[in-house]
Design a protein around this ligand. Structure first.
Ligand code: X8Z
Ligand code: ZN
Length: 612
Protein backbone atom coordinates (compact mmCIF):
# COMPACT_ATOMS: atom_id res chain seq x y z
CA UNK A 1 0.00 0.00 0.00
CA UNK A 2 1.16 3.31 0.51
CA UNK A 3 3.66 4.49 2.75
CA UNK A 4 3.51 1.66 5.13
CA UNK A 5 6.31 -0.57 4.58
CA UNK A 6 6.14 -4.00 5.62
CA UNK A 7 2.85 -3.58 4.18
CA UNK A 8 2.67 -1.46 1.27
CA UNK A 9 -0.22 -3.47 0.09
CA UNK A 10 -2.83 -1.95 -1.90
CA UNK A 11 -1.33 0.94 -3.52
CA UNK A 12 2.32 0.71 -3.72
CA UNK A 13 3.48 4.21 -3.43
CA UNK A 14 0.69 6.61 -3.84
CA UNK A 15 -1.96 8.77 -2.78
CA UNK A 16 -5.16 9.55 -0.97
CA UNK A 17 -8.12 11.44 -2.05
CA UNK A 18 -8.59 14.17 -4.06
CA UNK A 19 -11.12 14.45 -6.41
CA UNK A 20 -10.03 13.17 -9.61
CA UNK A 21 -10.88 16.46 -11.23
CA UNK A 22 -7.87 17.92 -9.56
CA UNK A 23 -5.68 15.16 -10.84
CA UNK A 24 -6.74 14.90 -14.40
CA UNK A 25 -6.78 17.53 -17.02
CA UNK A 26 -9.88 18.36 -18.97
CA UNK A 27 -10.06 17.04 -22.53
CA UNK A 28 -9.70 20.52 -23.92
CA UNK A 29 -6.55 21.15 -21.86
CA UNK A 30 -5.12 17.87 -22.91
CA UNK A 31 -5.61 18.56 -26.59
CA UNK A 32 -4.03 21.97 -26.67
CA UNK A 33 -1.30 20.75 -24.36
CA UNK A 34 -0.35 17.77 -26.47
CA UNK A 35 -0.13 19.62 -29.80
CA UNK A 36 3.07 21.31 -28.73
CA UNK A 37 6.22 19.23 -28.33
CA UNK A 38 6.76 18.95 -24.59
CA UNK A 39 9.61 20.74 -22.86
CA UNK A 40 11.77 19.86 -19.88
CA UNK A 41 10.24 22.76 -17.97
CA UNK A 42 6.78 21.29 -18.53
CA UNK A 43 7.96 17.89 -17.41
CA UNK A 44 9.33 19.45 -14.24
CA UNK A 45 6.08 21.28 -13.54
CA UNK A 46 4.11 18.12 -14.27
CA UNK A 47 6.10 16.05 -11.78
CA UNK A 48 5.97 18.74 -9.13
CA UNK A 49 2.20 18.87 -9.36
CA UNK A 50 1.91 15.08 -9.50
CA UNK A 51 4.05 14.67 -6.38
CA UNK A 52 2.00 17.17 -4.42
CA UNK A 53 -1.31 15.55 -5.40
CA UNK A 54 -0.08 12.04 -4.81
CA UNK A 55 1.22 12.95 -1.38
CA UNK A 56 -2.16 14.33 -0.43
CA UNK A 57 -4.02 11.32 -1.80
CA UNK A 58 -1.67 8.83 -0.19
CA UNK A 59 -1.85 10.37 3.26
CA UNK A 60 -5.63 10.29 3.19
CA UNK A 61 -5.63 6.67 2.01
CA UNK A 62 -3.08 5.71 4.66
CA UNK A 63 -5.35 7.08 7.38
CA UNK A 64 -8.31 5.12 6.02
CA UNK A 65 -6.15 2.01 5.71
CA UNK A 66 -4.90 2.39 9.27
CA UNK A 67 -8.39 2.61 10.68
CA UNK A 68 -9.47 -0.37 8.64
CA UNK A 69 -6.47 -2.52 9.61
CA UNK A 70 -6.94 -1.74 13.30
CA UNK A 71 -10.75 -1.99 13.30
CA UNK A 72 -12.11 -4.24 10.58
CA UNK A 73 -15.79 -3.67 9.85
CA UNK A 74 -17.84 -3.61 6.66
CA UNK A 75 -17.75 0.15 6.77
CA UNK A 76 -14.03 0.60 7.32
CA UNK A 77 -13.35 -1.90 4.54
CA UNK A 78 -15.40 0.15 2.11
CA UNK A 79 -13.97 3.47 3.22
CA UNK A 80 -10.44 2.18 2.87
CA UNK A 81 -11.22 0.67 -0.53
CA UNK A 82 -12.60 4.00 -1.72
CA UNK A 83 -9.64 5.99 -0.48
CA UNK A 84 -7.23 3.48 -2.01
CA UNK A 85 -9.13 3.56 -5.26
CA UNK A 86 -8.88 7.34 -5.54
CA UNK A 87 -5.24 7.25 -4.65
CA UNK A 88 -4.39 4.57 -7.16
CA UNK A 89 -6.54 6.10 -9.87
CA UNK A 90 -4.72 9.37 -9.30
CA UNK A 91 -1.34 7.81 -9.81
CA UNK A 92 -2.52 5.75 -12.78
CA UNK A 93 -3.80 8.90 -14.40
CA UNK A 94 -0.50 10.68 -13.82
CA UNK A 95 1.42 7.69 -15.12
CA UNK A 96 -0.61 7.77 -18.31
CA UNK A 97 -0.19 11.50 -18.71
CA UNK A 98 3.53 11.08 -18.21
CA UNK A 99 3.81 9.13 -21.47
CA UNK A 100 3.53 12.52 -23.15
CA UNK A 101 7.15 13.09 -22.12
CA UNK A 102 8.39 9.75 -23.47
CA UNK A 103 11.26 10.37 -25.85
CA UNK A 104 12.13 13.73 -24.33
CA UNK A 105 15.66 13.91 -22.96
CA UNK A 106 15.27 14.67 -19.27
CA UNK A 107 17.77 15.27 -16.46
CA UNK A 108 18.44 11.96 -14.65
CA UNK A 109 16.46 12.83 -11.54
CA UNK A 110 13.38 13.75 -13.51
CA UNK A 111 13.67 10.78 -15.77
CA UNK A 112 13.87 8.52 -12.72
CA UNK A 113 10.73 10.09 -11.29
CA UNK A 114 8.87 9.50 -14.57
CA UNK A 115 9.92 5.88 -14.41
CA UNK A 116 8.92 5.48 -10.76
CA UNK A 117 5.56 7.04 -11.45
CA UNK A 118 4.80 4.14 -13.77
CA UNK A 119 6.45 1.29 -11.89
CA UNK A 120 5.78 2.01 -8.23
CA UNK A 121 2.17 0.82 -8.29
CA UNK A 122 1.53 -2.58 -6.75
CA UNK A 123 -2.15 -2.76 -7.55
CA UNK A 124 -2.78 -1.14 -10.94
CA UNK A 125 -6.46 -0.36 -11.38
CA UNK A 126 -8.16 -0.23 -14.79
CA UNK A 127 -9.42 3.16 -16.01
CA UNK A 128 -13.04 1.99 -16.00
CA UNK A 129 -14.33 3.39 -12.70
CA UNK A 130 -16.58 0.43 -12.02
CA UNK A 131 -13.78 -2.05 -12.47
CA UNK A 132 -11.40 0.09 -10.50
CA UNK A 133 -13.84 0.21 -7.58
CA UNK A 134 -14.47 -3.50 -7.82
CA UNK A 135 -10.74 -4.24 -7.69
CA UNK A 136 -10.00 -2.17 -4.60
CA UNK A 137 -13.11 -3.56 -2.88
CA UNK A 138 -11.95 -7.11 -3.52
CA UNK A 139 -8.48 -6.25 -2.25
CA UNK A 140 -9.84 -4.68 0.90
CA UNK A 141 -12.22 -7.58 1.49
CA UNK A 142 -9.59 -10.27 1.02
CA UNK A 143 -7.31 -8.67 3.57
CA UNK A 144 -10.30 -8.35 5.89
CA UNK A 145 -11.17 -12.05 5.51
CA UNK A 146 -7.60 -12.91 6.46
CA UNK A 147 -7.54 -10.49 9.39
CA UNK A 148 -10.81 -11.80 10.83
CA UNK A 149 -10.01 -15.46 10.25
CA UNK A 150 -10.24 -17.97 13.07
CA UNK A 151 -10.35 -21.71 13.26
CA UNK A 152 -12.95 -23.20 15.57
CA UNK A 153 -11.96 -26.77 16.51
CA UNK A 154 -15.03 -29.01 16.60
CA UNK A 155 -16.25 -29.74 20.11
CA UNK A 156 -14.33 -26.87 21.72
CA UNK A 157 -15.84 -23.55 22.68
CA UNK A 158 -12.80 -21.45 21.90
CA UNK A 159 -11.91 -20.40 18.36
CA UNK A 160 -8.24 -19.92 17.56
CA UNK A 161 -6.75 -16.93 15.77
CA UNK A 162 -3.44 -17.02 13.95
CA UNK A 163 -1.39 -16.10 17.03
CA UNK A 164 -3.01 -18.94 18.98
CA UNK A 165 -2.27 -21.27 16.10
CA UNK A 166 1.29 -20.01 15.75
CA UNK A 167 1.88 -20.84 19.42
CA UNK A 168 0.42 -24.28 18.90
CA UNK A 169 2.49 -25.00 15.78
CA UNK A 170 5.59 -23.79 17.64
CA UNK A 171 5.17 -25.87 20.75
CA UNK A 172 3.14 -28.98 20.04
CA UNK A 173 4.81 -32.28 19.25
CA UNK A 174 1.56 -34.15 18.83
CA UNK A 175 1.30 -34.97 15.12
CA UNK A 176 -2.50 -35.18 15.20
CA UNK A 177 -2.84 -31.81 16.88
CA UNK A 178 -0.39 -30.25 14.43
CA UNK A 179 -2.20 -31.66 11.45
CA UNK A 180 -5.60 -30.52 12.70
CA UNK A 181 -4.35 -26.99 13.31
CA UNK A 182 -2.73 -26.88 9.89
CA UNK A 183 -5.86 -28.14 8.14
CA UNK A 184 -8.05 -25.84 10.21
CA UNK A 185 -6.14 -22.70 9.30
CA UNK A 186 -5.95 -23.66 5.63
CA UNK A 187 -9.73 -23.68 5.48
CA UNK A 188 -9.94 -19.95 6.02
CA UNK A 189 -8.84 -19.15 2.48
CA UNK A 190 -11.28 -21.35 0.58
CA UNK A 191 -13.79 -18.49 0.24
CA UNK A 192 -11.10 -16.22 -1.23
CA UNK A 193 -10.52 -18.28 -4.35
CA UNK A 194 -13.21 -16.65 -6.52
CA UNK A 195 -12.30 -13.14 -5.42
CA UNK A 196 -8.66 -13.81 -6.08
CA UNK A 197 -9.27 -14.95 -9.67
CA UNK A 198 -11.27 -11.80 -10.39
CA UNK A 199 -8.61 -9.73 -8.65
CA UNK A 200 -5.96 -11.17 -10.97
CA UNK A 201 -8.05 -10.37 -14.04
CA UNK A 202 -8.79 -6.82 -13.05
CA UNK A 203 -5.31 -5.91 -11.94
CA UNK A 204 -3.90 -7.39 -15.16
CA UNK A 205 -6.22 -5.10 -17.09
CA UNK A 206 -4.82 -2.17 -15.15
CA UNK A 207 -1.23 -3.29 -15.76
CA UNK A 208 -1.85 -3.63 -19.50
CA UNK A 209 -3.30 -0.15 -19.68
CA UNK A 210 0.00 1.06 -18.27
CA UNK A 211 1.94 -0.82 -20.94
CA UNK A 212 2.97 -3.92 -18.95
CA UNK A 213 2.28 -7.48 -20.05
CA UNK A 214 0.62 -8.29 -16.74
CA UNK A 215 0.83 -7.39 -13.05
CA UNK A 216 3.78 -9.72 -12.51
CA UNK A 217 5.74 -7.94 -15.24
CA UNK A 218 4.95 -4.65 -13.49
CA UNK A 219 6.22 -6.06 -10.20
CA UNK A 220 9.45 -7.21 -11.85
CA UNK A 221 10.02 -3.83 -13.46
CA UNK A 222 11.04 -2.09 -10.23
CA UNK A 223 14.63 -3.22 -9.97
CA UNK A 224 16.65 -0.93 -12.24
CA UNK A 225 17.11 -3.74 -14.75
CA UNK A 226 14.89 -5.48 -17.25
CA UNK A 227 12.20 -7.76 -15.78
CA UNK A 228 13.84 -10.78 -17.41
CA UNK A 229 17.26 -9.89 -16.08
CA UNK A 230 15.75 -9.57 -12.64
CA UNK A 231 14.20 -13.03 -12.85
CA UNK A 232 17.62 -14.40 -13.87
CA UNK A 233 19.26 -12.54 -11.01
CA UNK A 234 16.96 -14.35 -8.58
CA UNK A 235 17.86 -17.71 -10.09
CA UNK A 236 21.53 -16.85 -9.70
CA UNK A 237 21.12 -15.94 -6.04
CA UNK A 238 19.04 -19.03 -5.34
CA UNK A 239 21.70 -21.25 -6.92
CA UNK A 240 24.25 -19.58 -4.63
CA UNK A 241 22.36 -20.55 -1.46
CA UNK A 242 20.55 -23.75 -2.45
CA UNK A 243 23.35 -26.17 -1.44
CA UNK A 244 23.21 -24.89 2.12
CA UNK A 245 19.40 -25.17 2.24
CA UNK A 246 19.50 -28.72 0.98
CA UNK A 247 21.97 -29.72 3.71
CA UNK A 248 19.80 -28.16 6.41
CA UNK A 249 16.70 -29.81 4.97
CA UNK A 250 18.37 -33.23 4.99
CA UNK A 251 19.52 -32.91 8.59
CA UNK A 252 16.17 -31.63 9.85
CA UNK A 253 14.34 -34.41 7.99
CA UNK A 254 16.55 -36.97 9.68
CA UNK A 255 15.84 -35.54 13.12
CA UNK A 256 12.11 -35.36 12.40
CA UNK A 257 12.18 -39.03 11.43
CA UNK A 258 13.76 -39.84 14.77
CA UNK A 259 11.05 -37.86 16.50
CA UNK A 260 7.91 -38.76 14.54
CA UNK A 261 8.86 -42.10 13.01
CA UNK A 262 9.62 -43.54 9.58
CA UNK A 263 5.96 -43.63 8.65
CA UNK A 264 5.42 -39.93 9.27
CA UNK A 265 8.57 -38.61 7.59
CA UNK A 266 10.06 -40.18 4.46
CA UNK A 267 13.79 -40.95 4.35
CA UNK A 268 14.44 -39.19 1.08
CA UNK A 269 11.24 -37.37 0.15
CA UNK A 270 9.61 -34.08 1.11
CA UNK A 271 8.92 -33.14 4.74
CA UNK A 272 5.26 -32.82 5.80
CA UNK A 273 4.65 -29.08 6.07
CA UNK A 274 2.96 -29.25 9.48
CA UNK A 275 6.00 -30.63 11.33
CA UNK A 276 8.35 -27.67 10.94
CA UNK A 277 7.16 -25.51 13.82
CA UNK A 278 5.48 -22.85 11.69
CA UNK A 279 2.14 -22.67 9.89
CA UNK A 280 3.82 -22.06 6.54
CA UNK A 281 7.03 -23.98 7.22
CA UNK A 282 8.74 -20.70 6.34
CA UNK A 283 11.05 -20.53 9.35
CA UNK A 284 11.99 -23.46 11.50
CA UNK A 285 13.41 -21.75 14.62
CA UNK A 286 10.99 -23.61 16.84
CA UNK A 287 12.61 -26.92 15.95
CA UNK A 288 15.85 -25.88 17.60
CA UNK A 289 15.50 -28.12 20.68
CA UNK A 290 14.96 -31.04 18.31
CA UNK A 291 17.95 -30.44 16.05
CA UNK A 292 20.43 -28.68 18.35
CA UNK A 293 24.03 -29.83 17.77
CA UNK A 294 25.28 -31.75 20.82
CA UNK A 295 27.45 -29.89 23.33
CA UNK A 296 26.94 -26.60 21.55
CA UNK A 297 24.04 -25.12 23.41
CA UNK A 298 24.67 -21.42 24.10
CA UNK A 299 23.07 -21.95 27.51
CA UNK A 300 20.41 -19.27 27.38
CA UNK A 301 16.93 -18.90 25.95
CA UNK A 302 16.00 -15.36 25.01
CA UNK A 303 12.27 -16.05 25.29
CA UNK A 304 12.72 -17.22 28.87
CA UNK A 305 14.91 -14.24 29.71
CA UNK A 306 12.37 -11.75 28.35
CA UNK A 307 9.55 -13.46 30.23
CA UNK A 308 11.48 -13.71 33.48
CA UNK A 309 12.17 -9.98 33.31
CA UNK A 310 8.43 -9.34 32.94
CA UNK A 311 9.01 -7.57 29.64
CA UNK A 312 5.76 -6.31 28.16
CA UNK A 313 4.94 -5.43 24.54
CA UNK A 314 6.06 -1.82 24.88
CA UNK A 315 9.21 -2.94 26.65
CA UNK A 316 10.02 -5.13 23.64
CA UNK A 317 9.71 -2.13 21.32
CA UNK A 318 11.80 0.03 23.69
CA UNK A 319 14.67 -2.44 23.31
CA UNK A 320 14.47 -2.01 19.54
CA UNK A 321 14.47 1.76 19.82
CA UNK A 322 17.39 1.56 22.24
CA UNK A 323 19.49 -0.26 19.64
CA UNK A 324 18.84 2.35 16.98
CA UNK A 325 19.58 5.11 19.48
CA UNK A 326 22.92 3.47 20.23
CA UNK A 327 23.78 3.90 16.55
CA UNK A 328 23.05 7.60 16.71
CA UNK A 329 19.46 7.73 15.46
CA UNK A 330 17.05 10.10 17.23
CA UNK A 331 14.43 8.49 19.49
CA UNK A 332 11.01 7.70 18.02
CA UNK A 333 8.48 10.54 18.29
CA UNK A 334 5.89 10.50 21.08
CA UNK A 335 3.16 9.99 18.46
CA UNK A 336 4.73 6.63 17.63
CA UNK A 337 4.00 5.45 21.18
CA UNK A 338 0.56 7.07 21.27
CA UNK A 339 -0.71 5.82 17.91
CA UNK A 340 0.89 2.42 17.34
CA UNK A 341 -0.93 -0.83 17.97
CA UNK A 342 1.30 -3.21 19.94
CA UNK A 343 -1.12 -5.90 21.14
CA UNK A 344 -4.24 -7.57 19.80
CA UNK A 345 -7.25 -5.59 21.04
CA UNK A 346 -9.76 -7.70 22.95
CA UNK A 347 -12.93 -6.33 21.44
CA UNK A 348 -12.52 -5.98 17.70
CA UNK A 349 -11.09 -7.56 14.57
CA UNK A 350 -7.71 -6.27 13.39
CA UNK A 351 -5.02 -7.30 10.93
CA UNK A 352 -2.41 -8.66 13.31
CA UNK A 353 0.22 -9.34 10.68
CA UNK A 354 3.04 -6.98 11.62
CA UNK A 355 3.57 -3.83 9.55
CA UNK A 356 5.26 -0.43 9.84
CA UNK A 357 3.66 2.78 8.65
CA UNK A 358 4.61 6.35 7.91
CA UNK A 359 1.12 7.67 7.72
CA UNK A 360 1.91 11.24 6.71
CA UNK A 361 5.07 10.38 4.73
CA UNK A 362 6.93 12.43 7.30
CA UNK A 363 7.14 11.76 11.04
CA UNK A 364 3.85 10.02 11.83
CA UNK A 365 5.53 6.63 12.22
CA UNK A 366 3.67 3.66 13.64
CA UNK A 367 3.83 -0.09 13.97
CA UNK A 368 0.85 -2.36 13.99
CA UNK A 369 1.49 -5.75 15.50
CA UNK A 370 0.28 -8.24 18.08
CA UNK A 371 3.38 -8.81 20.15
CA UNK A 372 4.02 -12.00 22.09
CA UNK A 373 6.92 -12.07 24.51
CA UNK A 374 9.22 -14.39 22.54
CA UNK A 375 12.62 -14.16 20.90
CA UNK A 376 10.84 -14.44 17.53
CA UNK A 377 8.86 -11.28 18.26
CA UNK A 378 11.99 -9.63 19.62
CA UNK A 379 13.41 -9.99 16.08
CA UNK A 380 10.15 -8.90 14.47
CA UNK A 381 10.15 -5.71 16.55
CA UNK A 382 13.60 -4.87 15.18
CA UNK A 383 12.39 -5.77 11.69
CA UNK A 384 9.47 -3.35 11.87
CA UNK A 385 11.50 -0.55 13.42
CA UNK A 386 13.97 -0.93 10.54
CA UNK A 387 11.13 0.17 8.27
CA UNK A 388 10.26 3.12 10.47
CA UNK A 389 13.83 4.41 10.74
CA UNK A 390 14.27 4.04 6.98
CA UNK A 391 11.05 5.99 6.42
CA UNK A 392 12.19 8.76 8.70
CA UNK A 393 15.62 9.01 7.11
CA UNK A 394 14.26 9.47 3.58
CA UNK A 395 11.48 11.85 4.51
CA UNK A 396 13.43 14.86 3.20
CA UNK A 397 13.49 13.36 -0.30
CA UNK A 398 10.92 14.42 -2.90
CA UNK A 399 7.77 12.32 -2.65
CA UNK A 400 8.59 9.89 -5.45
CA UNK A 401 11.95 9.07 -3.85
CA UNK A 402 10.51 8.35 -0.41
CA UNK A 403 11.00 4.64 -0.55
CA UNK A 404 13.84 2.17 -0.23
CA UNK A 405 16.52 1.60 -2.88
CA UNK A 406 14.59 -1.50 -3.84
CA UNK A 407 11.94 -3.24 -1.76
CA UNK A 408 14.42 -5.84 -0.51
CA UNK A 409 16.37 -3.02 1.16
CA UNK A 410 13.34 -1.98 3.17
CA UNK A 411 12.86 -5.49 4.44
CA UNK A 412 16.55 -5.95 5.22
CA UNK A 413 17.32 -3.02 7.54
CA UNK A 414 15.67 -4.18 10.75
CA UNK A 415 16.89 -7.72 10.15
CA UNK A 416 20.42 -6.39 9.72
CA UNK A 417 20.13 -4.82 13.15
CA UNK A 418 18.70 -8.04 14.57
CA UNK A 419 21.84 -9.88 13.39
CA UNK A 420 23.65 -7.75 15.97
CA UNK A 421 21.60 -9.28 18.81
CA UNK A 422 24.61 -11.39 19.73
CA UNK A 423 25.51 -12.87 23.13
CA UNK A 424 27.94 -9.96 23.54
CA UNK A 425 25.03 -7.54 23.11
CA UNK A 426 22.88 -9.52 25.55
CA UNK A 427 25.66 -9.22 28.11
CA UNK A 428 25.59 -5.45 27.64
CA UNK A 429 21.84 -5.46 28.23
CA UNK A 430 22.42 -7.45 31.40
CA UNK A 431 20.40 -10.39 30.03
CA UNK A 432 23.23 -12.89 30.46
CA UNK A 433 26.37 -12.81 32.61
CA UNK A 434 29.01 -13.78 30.11
CA UNK A 435 29.48 -14.53 26.44
CA UNK A 436 29.34 -18.30 25.83
CA UNK A 437 32.50 -20.07 24.80
CA UNK A 438 33.16 -20.12 20.99
CA UNK A 439 32.47 -23.85 21.00
CA UNK A 440 28.81 -22.89 21.44
CA UNK A 441 28.73 -20.90 18.21
CA UNK A 442 27.49 -23.94 16.35
CA UNK A 443 24.29 -23.91 18.38
CA UNK A 444 23.76 -20.23 17.68
CA UNK A 445 24.43 -20.74 13.99
CA UNK A 446 21.91 -23.57 13.91
CA UNK A 447 19.30 -21.31 15.52
CA UNK A 448 19.91 -18.61 12.94
CA UNK A 449 19.96 -21.06 10.04
CA UNK A 450 16.59 -22.45 11.10
CA UNK A 451 15.28 -18.91 10.85
CA UNK A 452 17.15 -17.55 7.83
CA UNK A 453 18.27 -20.46 5.64
CA UNK A 454 14.98 -22.32 5.97
CA UNK A 455 13.24 -19.15 4.80
CA UNK A 456 15.07 -18.74 1.48
CA UNK A 457 13.04 -21.05 -0.79
CA UNK A 458 9.79 -19.86 0.76
CA UNK A 459 10.81 -16.26 0.14
CA UNK A 460 11.30 -17.11 -3.49
CA UNK A 461 8.39 -19.34 -4.31
CA UNK A 462 5.40 -17.16 -3.44
CA UNK A 463 6.03 -14.79 -6.32
CA UNK A 464 7.18 -17.58 -8.60
CA UNK A 465 3.61 -18.75 -8.13
CA UNK A 466 2.03 -15.29 -8.40
CA UNK A 467 4.01 -14.29 -11.48
CA UNK A 468 2.72 -17.41 -13.25
CA UNK A 469 -0.79 -16.69 -12.04
CA UNK A 470 -0.64 -13.13 -13.36
CA UNK A 471 0.82 -14.29 -16.69
CA UNK A 472 -1.92 -16.90 -17.09
CA UNK A 473 0.53 -19.81 -17.08
CA UNK A 474 -1.25 -21.00 -13.94
CA UNK A 475 -5.03 -20.92 -14.43
CA UNK A 476 -7.58 -20.72 -11.60
CA UNK A 477 -8.24 -24.44 -12.04
CA UNK A 478 -4.59 -25.09 -11.19
CA UNK A 479 -4.06 -22.63 -8.35
CA UNK A 480 -3.56 -25.18 -5.61
CA UNK A 481 -1.75 -27.93 -7.46
CA UNK A 482 0.69 -25.39 -8.93
CA UNK A 483 1.24 -23.96 -5.45
CA UNK A 484 2.19 -27.37 -4.07
CA UNK A 485 4.36 -28.15 -7.09
CA UNK A 486 6.42 -25.06 -6.26
CA UNK A 487 6.52 -25.79 -2.56
CA UNK A 488 7.86 -29.21 -3.41
CA UNK A 489 10.35 -27.90 -5.95
CA UNK A 490 11.85 -25.13 -3.80
CA UNK A 491 11.19 -26.09 -0.19
CA UNK A 492 10.95 -29.87 -0.39
CA UNK A 493 7.76 -29.93 1.67
CA UNK A 494 4.38 -31.57 1.05
CA UNK A 495 0.90 -30.99 2.47
CA UNK A 496 0.08 -33.18 5.47
CA UNK A 497 -3.24 -34.24 3.92
CA UNK A 498 -4.46 -34.49 0.33
CA UNK A 499 -5.39 -31.15 -1.21
CA UNK A 500 -7.78 -30.31 -4.02
CA UNK A 501 -8.85 -27.34 -6.10
CA UNK A 502 -11.54 -26.73 -3.49
CA UNK A 503 -8.69 -25.44 -1.37
CA UNK A 504 -6.85 -22.18 -1.89
CA UNK A 505 -3.75 -22.68 0.21
CA UNK A 506 -1.82 -19.63 -1.04
CA UNK A 507 -4.58 -17.49 0.51
CA UNK A 508 -3.72 -18.81 3.98
CA UNK A 509 -0.51 -16.76 3.81
CA UNK A 510 -1.11 -13.10 4.60
CA UNK A 511 0.76 -11.57 1.67
CA UNK A 512 -1.46 -13.23 -0.94
CA UNK A 513 -4.83 -11.82 0.20
CA UNK A 514 -3.08 -8.57 1.19
CA UNK A 515 -1.34 -8.34 -2.21
CA UNK A 516 2.12 -7.69 -0.80
CA UNK A 517 4.87 -8.74 -3.22
CA UNK A 518 7.09 -11.34 -1.57
CA UNK A 519 10.34 -11.48 -3.53
CA UNK A 520 11.47 -8.58 -1.35
CA UNK A 521 11.88 -10.95 1.59
CA UNK A 522 14.09 -13.29 -0.39
CA UNK A 523 16.26 -10.36 -1.42
CA UNK A 524 16.30 -9.10 2.16
CA UNK A 525 17.42 -12.46 3.49
CA UNK A 526 20.50 -12.19 1.30
CA UNK A 527 21.07 -8.45 1.56
CA UNK A 528 20.97 -8.35 5.37
CA UNK A 529 24.11 -10.47 5.59
CA UNK A 530 25.82 -8.28 3.01
CA UNK A 531 24.83 -5.20 5.04
CA UNK A 532 25.87 -6.84 8.31
CA UNK A 533 29.29 -7.73 6.89
CA UNK A 534 29.87 -4.17 5.67
CA UNK A 535 28.71 -2.54 8.92
CA UNK A 536 30.67 -5.00 11.05
CA UNK A 537 33.77 -4.07 9.09
CA UNK A 538 33.02 -0.39 9.62
CA UNK A 539 32.70 -1.11 13.32
CA UNK A 540 36.12 -2.75 13.22
CA UNK A 541 34.92 -6.24 14.06
CA UNK A 542 37.51 -8.84 13.06
CA UNK A 543 35.80 -11.85 14.61
CA UNK A 544 33.62 -14.31 12.69
CA UNK A 545 30.53 -12.47 11.43
CA UNK A 546 28.13 -14.18 13.82
CA UNK A 547 30.04 -12.70 16.77
CA UNK A 548 29.96 -9.13 15.46
CA UNK A 549 27.47 -6.63 16.86
CA UNK A 550 27.34 -3.03 15.71
CA UNK A 551 25.58 -1.99 18.92
CA UNK A 552 26.71 1.43 20.13
CA UNK A 553 28.91 2.02 17.10
CA UNK A 554 28.32 5.49 15.72
CA UNK A 555 30.46 4.97 12.58
CA UNK A 556 28.35 2.00 11.55
CA UNK A 557 25.22 4.02 12.34
CA UNK A 558 26.42 6.90 10.18
CA UNK A 559 27.19 4.58 7.32
CA UNK A 560 23.75 3.05 7.56
CA UNK A 561 22.06 6.45 7.78
CA UNK A 562 23.89 7.61 4.68
CA UNK A 563 22.26 4.91 2.65
CA UNK A 564 18.85 5.24 4.27
CA UNK A 565 18.57 8.93 3.58
CA UNK A 566 19.13 8.35 -0.15
CA UNK A 567 15.72 6.71 -0.28
CA UNK A 568 14.94 5.72 -3.81
CA UNK A 569 16.66 8.69 -5.40
CA UNK A 570 19.33 6.57 -7.09
CA UNK A 571 19.32 3.12 -8.70
CA UNK A 572 19.74 0.49 -5.98
CA UNK A 573 23.29 -0.52 -7.00
CA UNK A 574 24.38 3.03 -6.05
CA UNK A 575 22.82 2.66 -2.62
CA UNK A 576 24.34 -0.76 -2.17
CA UNK A 577 27.73 0.61 -3.12
CA UNK A 578 27.39 3.49 -0.67
CA UNK A 579 27.01 1.01 2.14
CA UNK A 580 28.99 -2.05 1.08
CA UNK A 581 31.28 -0.99 -1.76
CA UNK A 582 29.60 -3.66 -3.90
CA UNK A 583 27.19 -3.08 -6.77
CA UNK A 584 25.76 -6.60 -6.94
CA UNK A 585 23.52 -8.48 -4.58
CA UNK A 586 25.72 -11.27 -3.41
CA UNK A 587 25.08 -14.38 -1.33
CA UNK A 588 28.71 -14.87 -0.34
CA UNK A 589 28.13 -13.05 2.97
CA UNK A 590 25.33 -15.41 4.01
CA UNK A 591 27.38 -18.41 2.92
CA UNK A 592 30.43 -17.16 4.86
CA UNK A 593 28.33 -16.48 7.95
CA UNK A 594 27.10 -20.07 8.02
CA UNK A 595 30.26 -21.75 6.72
CA UNK A 596 31.09 -23.58 10.00
CA UNK A 597 27.53 -24.88 10.24
CA UNK A 598 27.50 -25.96 6.61
CA UNK A 599 30.66 -27.98 7.16
CA UNK A 600 29.13 -29.58 10.24
CA UNK A 601 25.89 -30.39 8.41
CA UNK A 602 27.79 -32.03 5.57
CA UNK A 603 29.58 -34.24 8.09
CA UNK A 604 26.31 -35.17 9.81
CA UNK A 605 24.63 -35.91 6.51
CA UNK A 606 27.37 -38.33 5.35
CA UNK A 607 25.66 -41.48 4.21
CA UNK A 608 22.18 -39.98 4.62
CA UNK A 609 19.90 -39.03 1.74
CA UNK A 610 20.22 -35.38 0.73
CA UNK A 611 17.57 -33.72 -1.45
CA UNK A 612 14.07 -34.99 -2.25
O1 X8Z B 1 5.72 -9.93 6.62
C1 X8Z B 1 6.78 -9.83 7.20
C2 X8Z B 1 7.02 -8.69 8.19
C3 X8Z B 1 6.31 -7.46 7.79
S1 X8Z B 1 7.00 -6.74 6.40
C4 X8Z B 1 6.55 -9.11 9.55
N1 X8Z B 1 7.74 -10.76 7.03
C5 X8Z B 1 7.55 -11.89 6.15
C6 X8Z B 1 6.52 -12.86 6.70
O2 X8Z B 1 6.14 -12.74 7.85
O3 X8Z B 1 6.09 -13.75 5.96
C7 X8Z B 1 9.07 -10.75 7.63
C8 X8Z B 1 9.70 -12.04 7.21
C9 X8Z B 1 8.90 -12.56 6.07
ZN1 ZN C 1 8.86 -5.89 6.69
Amino acid sequence: MLRRLGNYNLIGLVLGVVLLGVVSMSNADEKSFSKQPPTVAEAEAFIKNAEAKMLELSVYAARADWVKATYITDDTEILAAQADERAIAGQVEFAKQATRFDGLKLPPELSRKMHLLKTSLVLPTPADPQKSAELTEIASRMEGVYGKAKWCPPGKDKCLDIEDLARLMASSHDPNELRDAWVGWHQISRPMRKDFARFVDLSNQGARELGFKDTGALWRSKYDMSPDDFARELDRLWEQVRPLYVQLHAYVRWKLREKYGDQAVPASGPIPADLLGNMWAQSWDNLYPLVAPPNADPGYDLTQILKSRNTDAIGMVRYGEHFFSSLGFAPLPQTFWDRSMFVRPRDRDVVCHASAWDVDADQDLRVKMCIDITSEYFSTVHHELGHNYYQREYREQPYLFRDSANDGFHEAIGDTIALSITPQYLVKLGFIDKVPDPSKDLGLLMQKALEKIAFLPFGLLIDQWRWKVFSGEITPQQYNQAWWALRLKYQGVEPPVARSEEDFDPGAKYHVPANVPYTRYFLAAILQFQFHRALAQTAGCTEPLNRCSIYDNKEAGARLAKMLEMGQSKPWPDALEAMTGQRQMDASAIRDYFAPLEKWLEEQNQGKPVGW
